[in-house]
Design a protein around this ligand. Structure first.
Ligand code: 5AD
Ligand code: SF4
Length: 446
């Protein structure tokens, strides 16, 4: 059966910011083909589900969405369905078997081929592309131009760390860094399109390395310092990092690069050395804490963030208490915490002593209560501080805009006359667990 070429698209992102970035690149690819974003996503000619495979729940959500979309066949006016991202990579053509309404299965390193795959589908074929050819796709995509006030920039993809619970090394492939010149060109283009903040992204962003324009090897700190020299860049962030790649140079950058925001997302996953070893994390509780101390020495106001997994196979009450004591010792400004989810093909899925769900539920509840209390306390101690807020989106009230503090807190600003993209100096007040109010005291030069 041949069908008409799609004219409108809708892209639904699941999971991490890397998928958000990939979704933006797909949108610009479709725009370059003369397609447009559907006004109503329920009416799109093609729906791309840009999926996440990190935990079972994330993957299952995709199948229920496919089920919903597939109720109307294409012959009856339903959309072409493409599954992209990590579920596509991990499950491959198994998806087409389990969900025959899916027309396209495309992995995270192959989505530059979407136009050809769409053409194949219009000829009545099913299209599958799961190649993992490094970062070839970026050179074949139209240059990234569309941005908000805060832009994502993927600098590195993939992971060589092989934590025993994690699918990323299998779905995203080996660590590969984009080139210095491509990244600086893209950063400049984003600034020219209105970005004030650039968040460098990578599964292991601080493993980025590459030659600069003089042929010298640089790490992420060198790249940050080069971005710092671009005039229109006002703020720089990066995530997600691995403790083993926190180099001396990167720690030093937190102390002397003013545009590098005082925020560090550094997952630890667990506080027990025994569990860290079983996770193959290759750092210890103490080596992790020492890194945080060094960052705090050069940047005392740094806000710390992390990821945690509870209920890794074999985790005892004492191991979990080690996680709780680490959390209490650090005092995170925010954090993400998850129940361990066995992922097919990873070593931990076959380990003995899988933890019952009821125990995981209980531990997660305790951990999240502590993390929420610490986040609330962090927000409370920001009250009264004067800081800059980058306004990023409209709020619910008339004249209200929502932006981010240097410490990545959401700040609500009632600011008639200000617009998205402005950086406004405020006094912080009325803190809650999830946000604060910012009272403008003067307008900084845009
Ligand atoms: N189960 C639960 N959480 C996981 N993460 C990665 N793999 C798993 C898994 N199998 C979490 C880690 C990681 C974050 C992105 O997701 O905390 O840092
Ligand atoms: Fe997964 Fe570990 Fe790599 Fe992070 S460092 S992406 S948790 S394997």
């Amino acid at each position: 059966m041949s069908t008409k070429s799609p004219k409108t698209y809708s892209i639904k992102n699941y999971g991490c910011q890397m998928n958000v970035y990939d979704g933006e690149r797909m949108a610009e690819l479709f725009d370059a083909q003369g397609m447009t974003a559907a006004d109503d996503k329920n009416d799109a000619d093609i729906v791309v589900l840009n999926t996440c495979h990190i935990r079972e729940k994330a993957a299952e959500k995709v199948y229920s969405e496919i089920g919903r979309l597939g109720k109307t066949s294409r012959a009856e006016g339903g959309p072409m369905i493409a599954v992209a991202g990590c579920v596509a990579q991990a499950e491959g053509s198994e998806i087409s078997r389990r969900a025959p309404t899916v027309d396209i299965v495309v992995g995270p390193q192959a989505y530059h081929n979407l136009p050809q795959m769409i053409a194949d589908v219009t000829q009545g074929k099913r299209a599958v592309d799961l190649d993992l050819p490094g970062l070839d796709k970026f050179s074949q995509l139209p240059p990234k131009r569309k941005t908000g006030a805060s832009a994502f920039l993927t600098v590195q993809e993939g992971c060589d760390k092989f934590c025993t619970y994690c699918v990323v090394p299998y779905t995203r492939g080996a660590e590969v860094s984009r080139s210095w010149s491509a990244l600086l060109d893209e950063a400049k283009a984003l600034v020219d399109s209105g970005a004030k903040e650039i968040t460098l992204l990578g599964q292991n962003v601080n493993a980025w390395s590459g030659e600069d324009d003089k042929g010298r090897m640089q790490g992420l700190d060198g790249l940050i310092r080069a971005l710092d020299r671009i005039e229109g860049v006002r703020r720089i962030r990066y995530m997600t990092s691995h403790p083993n790649d926190m180099t001396d140079g990167l720690i030093a950058a937190h102390g002397d690069v003013e545009k590098l925001m005082p925020f560090l997302h550094l997952p630890v996953q667990a506080g027990s050395d025994r569990i860290l070893k079983a996770m193959n994390r290759s750092h210890s509780r103490d080596s992790y804490l020492r890194i945080l101390d060094r960052v705090r020495t050069v940047r005392p106001d740094v806000a710390l963030s992390g990821d945690f997994i509870v209920g890794f196979p074999g985790e005892s009450d004492a191991d979990f208490e080690d996680t709780m004591s680490l959390v209490r010792a650090v005092g995170y400004a925010q954090a993400f915490s998850f129940k361990y989810s066995p992922r097919p093909g990873t070593p931990a899925a076959d380990m003995a002593d899988q933890i019952p769900t009821s125990v995981m539920d209980d531990r997660l509840q305790q951990l999240q209560a502590q993390l929420m209390a610490d986040q609330t306390a962090f927000n409370t101690q920001t009250e009264g501080k004067i800081c800059e807020v980058l306004l990023e989106r409209p709020g619910k009230l008339p004249g209200q805009l929502i932006g981010k503090s240097p410490w990545l807190q959401s700040v609500h600003v009632l600011a008639p006359g200000l617009t998205i993209g402005d950086i406004v100096t405020v006094t912080m007040s009325e803190s809650g667990p999830l946000s604060l109010k910012g009272d403008p005291i003067m307008r900084a030069a845009a």
